[in-house]
Structures are given as C-alpha cells and as structure tokens.
Design a protein around this ligand. Structure first.
Ligand code: CAA
Length: 259
C-alpha cells in the first residue's frame, strides 16, 4: 500500500482500488489529489500483477468537481502558464490499463469529467451526473464539452452543459454515459468483481482492446478497422492466444501468462 493524504490506494487481488478521500469537501479535486491519483496509477501500471483499476469516491460523492476554493483567485496567467486542469489530469487519461469509475452520489464538473476519463462507469442508483460549471461563470475544463457529447449525443450534452442541471443514474444509463446501475450498497463489490473479471484475462490483450476501442473515437472508420485488424493479427504472436484457444478446445480454464 502507498501512503497518500487525499486518496486511499489498495490492491484487491489483481485489482488496484483508488478511493478518493476528502470527505470534508465532497472529494473536490485539488491538484494534490489529482497528483496522488497519478502516483497511484504509476504504481499500479508498473505492477504486472495488476490487471484493472477501479476509482471510487464515497457514498455521498464520487467528486463534486474541481476545488472551487483553490481556483477562485486564479488569474489568466496562472491557469495558462500552469496549463491548469491539463498537466496532471492527462496522466489519468493516459493510463494504459483499463479503469472503471464506480460512482455513487455526486459526479459533478471535474468529477463527471474524471469518471468519463475512465474506460467505463458503473453507477450506484444514487449517482448524479452533471457539468454545472456554467453556474460558476466558467466552462468545463477537463473534457466535459468533448467527452459528454461523445457519450450521450449532442442534444443532451448541450442541455446539460448549458443549464448545469444534473441527471440521475437512470437517465445517465439510458443516455449511454453509464455501463450499468447497481444498488448503492453493492457498488464497490460489483465494481471489484467486474474489474476482477477483466484482470483474469491476458493483460496485453486487454490493453490492446482498450487501445482499439479508443480508436473508435479518434479516427475514421477505415483507420479504426485497420488498427483493430493489426492488433488482432498481433495476438497470434502471443502465447496467450495459443493458451486461450487450447484451453477452449481442451474444455479447461486458460492460464494466461501475459506473454
Ligand atoms: N470545491 C470545493 N469545495 C466543495 C466543492 C467543490 N467543487 N463541492 C463541495 N464542496 C465543499 C463545500 O464547500 C462544503 O464545505 P464546507 O462544509 O466547508 O462549507 C462541503 O464540500 C459540503 O458541501 P455542501 O455543504 O455544499 O453539500 P450539499 O450536500 O449542500 O451540496 C453539492 C452538495 C450540490 C454537490 C454542492 O456542494 C455543490 O454544488 N458543489 C459544487 C459543484 C460544482 O459546481 N462543481 C463544479 C466545479 S468547477 C469544475 O469542476 C471545473 C472543471 O471542469 C474541472
């Protein structure tokens, strides 16, 4: 286990679990907290035994946004020179291992954006999503205006960003922001079980799947298909492809070696 002030990082078998832990501020995301997520991810990514990462918050809040107190007095030169909200947040988006956001309560502003940087969201029935920045006289600064329309379409993303209203878990699932809703008291258990399932597979194959699905957002269809096919071809150079197929034929469980 690593020592942090604003998060708790633990392992559960092959899963790395990051729990945001600033309850007094509903897990408002200050620089120190985001830096700590980055360092926890460095540790989990360097550890070959870890196959999937879960980020969660508390029952009341995944995260209520970037820390308003910390940024209220910033001037343009502070945020421009410091590349505010990009420098350390990019570490999260750059994670190559799969990441699940397990969201209960508020996921607002930067909290919603952090959840959307993960590969998918499992939501408690208590989850509330929104981009309320407009109410503060700013706009989303960590991808909200870009990732939300890709997830829920332009109409709903526009409405949410322009009004600042929140949507509940059921609406978020219908709209495609959320992969699955679970009862609040089962959230972390369900997320760990899902992550454990992912981590039981071949890690390099899982990483290639993540890269390939992400290509669907960043390229034209033919390019994405070519990227997928080359990745698919490359699995035939792996021991894990031989093992996975042999295990199927022999009607036994595969033993992947991440090779
Ligand atoms: N930043 C700093 N502190 C925050 C915070 C935030 N984003 N959200 C909540 N807190 C603090 C509150 O100030 C309060 O602290 P005190 O007890 O010291 O007063 C504590 O957390 C509890 O919050 P509330 O008393 O407000 O709790 P509530 O249950 O009445 O309301 C809430 C909950 C509706 C989520 C409300 O806290 C809220 O509206 N928070 C702000 C949401 C927001 O605007 N987020 C966007 C931030 S900007 C951003 O994220 C930019 C970006 O794109 C990266």
């Amino acid at each position: 286990t690593m020592n942090f002030e604003n998060i708790i990082a633990r392992t559960h078998g092959k899963v790395g679990l990051i729990t945001l832990n600033r309850p007094q501020a509903l897990n408002a995301l200050n620089d120190a907290l985001i830096d700590e997520i980055g360092r926890a991810l460095d540790g989990f990514e360097a550890d070959e035994a870890i196959g999937c990462i879960v980020i969660t918050g508390s029952e009341k809040a995944f995260a209520a946004g970037a820390d308003i107190g910390a940024m209220k007095d910033f001037g343009f030169m502070d945020v421009y020179k410091g590349n505010y909200i990009s420098a350390n947040w990019d570490r999260v988006a750059r994670c190559r291992k799969p990441m699940i956001a397990a969201v209960a309560g508020y996921a607002l502003g930067g909290g919603c954006e952090l959840a959307m940087m993960c590969d998918f969201i499992i939501a408690a029935d208590t989850a509330q999503f929104g981009q309320p920045e407009v109410k503060l006289g700013i706009l989303p600064g960590a991808g909200g205006t870009q990732r939300l329309p890709r997830a829920v379409g332009k109409a709903k993303a526009m409405e949410l960003c322009l009004t600042g209203r929140t949507m509940d878990a059921a609406e978020a699932e219908r709209a495609g922001l959320v992969a699955r809703i679970v009862p609040a008291d089962k959230l972390v258990e369900e997320a760990l079980a899902t992550a454990g399932k992912i981590a039981s597979h071949s890690l390099p194959v899982v990483m290639m799947i993540k890269e390939s699905v992400n290509r669907a957002y960043e390229s034209a269809l033919q390019e994405g298909l070519l990227f997928e096919r080359r990745s698919f071809h490359s699995t035939f150079a792996m021991q894990d492809q031989k093992e996975g197929m042999a295990a199927f034929i022999e009607k036994r469980k595969p033993e992947f070696s991440n090779r």
